[in-house]
Design a protein around this ligand. Structure first.
Ligand SMILES: C[S@@+](CC[C@H](N)C(=O)[O-])C[C@H]1O[C@@H](n2cnc3c(N)ncnc32)[C@H](O)[C@@H]1O
Length: 346
């Protein structure tokens, strides 16, 4: 079987996707199409594509949607060596802007890296094929993520990379990897995941509650809000990638009051606010009440598992629940009570 692309995306289900899929098979659910409503890295949708299902992928962020487009909607297009050479080279005849270099100095990346990001992102927009643009954008996003401390853009903390101190955390070697070489590796990497399942699959870019599409099986993997501590929203973690996905307009959306110059595009707290998430989950379950719903949940979260069961019951869904232990949370001793639950609602 083709494996799934390795990413460092928060909340990716890559490591447990086979367990989740086995549960669906065990339940002998009949379905031809799936809607992966909170798609992220698209693990569920990609597995469904491999299994011959028609796939609809959705995510609130354009940078993720582009990933869905590259991997799921795209059946055949691949990046060539010529494309990659074009992408990494400053071209005569393009009037480059240097928005990242000028506005993000000392925030996330070194000056020369900022300049390369400016060049690559603008070269991407000159590729003719929309699928190639999406693939190249995926490669740029992954490059940016792995070069960041904590794989995130929630803080101005470039100094963690540059200060000459002993570190107990993080991965200095990865942060310092050459940006262009890393980008090239991701371009090569995504090519090997492009497959056709003979069906028309598509990627969408909506807030979950506004998505009008449907399918036989709905996969719901909303953001995890821990019952303890502060919740760092997806927008806070990844706003910089969303800015790059809106390169021509993002300067107008920079929040000048934040040290990390957060870009406010698609800054929503839908499904990320502990006071409103219960009602929003209820709305989703109602909306898809006549479909099979597979709901991924990490325990010790908001809502609690008991509150979730009540929402499912209230909407007349028969609910089976499976607990997946022994996966990566268990590797971290402070997390040893955490595990995944999969609810299957029919
Ligand atoms: C737990 S992650 C999904 C991970 C995914 N299943 C995977 O394996 O990569 C939740 C996803 O929901 C997206 N998201 C957050 N709020 C959303 C909303 N209101 N509507 C749609 N997507 C949203 C985030 O961008 C994130 O990718």
């Amino acid at each position: 079987m083709k494996k799934l692309p390795v990413t460092r995306y928060y909340g990716s289900k890559r490591k447990i996707i086979l367990d989740i899929w086995n549960l669906i098979e065990q339940e002998k659910i009949q379905f031809d199409s799936v809607l992966d409503l909170f798609g992220g890295t698209g693990t569920f949708a990609y597995k469904a594509k491999l299994e011959g299902k028609q796939v609809i992928y959705n995510d609130i962020f354009k940078f993720n949607y582009l990933f869905g487009k590259a991997l799921l909607q795209n059946n055949t297009t691949k990046l060539t060596q010529k494309d990659v050479n074009f992408l990494i080279t400053k071209q005569h005849g393009i009037d480059y802007k240097y928005y990242v270099k000028e506005h993000y100095k000392d925030i996330y990346f070194l000056d020369h890296e900022n300049e390369l990001i400016d060049i690559i992102v603008q070269n991407i927009s000159h590729l003719k094929s929309p699928y190639k643009r999406a693939m190249a954008f995926y490669a740029l996003s992954q490059t940016a993520i792995i070069k960041r401390p904590f794989n995130s853009f929630h803080r101005k903390n470039l100094s963690l990379r540059t200060r000459d101190v002993k570190r107990k955390f993080g991965n200095k070697t990865t942060w310092e990897k050459d940006l262009v070489n890393t980008f090239k590796v991701f371009c090569k990497d995504i090519n090997q995941y492009i497959i056709s399942n003979g069906l028309k699959n598509k990627a969408l870019n909506y807030q979950a509650l506004k998505c009008q599409e449907t399918a036989d099986l709905i996969y719901i993997d909303p953001p995890y809000i821990s019952e303890r501590g502060y919740h760092l929203r997806y927008h806070e973690r990844y706003h910089f990638l969303e800015a790059l996905a809106h390169y021509d307009s993002f300067l107008d959306f920079i929040n000048p009051n934040k040290k990390n110059k957060e870009v406010l595009i698609n800054n929503s707290d839908e499904f990320e606010n502990k006071h409103t998430i219960h009602t929003q989950i209820d709305k989703l379950i109602k909306k898809y009440h006549d479909k099979v719903i597979v709901f991924s949940y990490r325990n010790l979260g908001i809502p609690s598992a008991t509150e979730l069961r009540k929402i499912f019951e209230k909407n007349n869904k028969s609910c089976k629940e499976y607990h997946l232990h022994n996966h990566f949370y268990a590797l971290n001793r402070s997390n040893d009570k955490l595990h995944e639950i999969v609810f299957i609602l029919q």
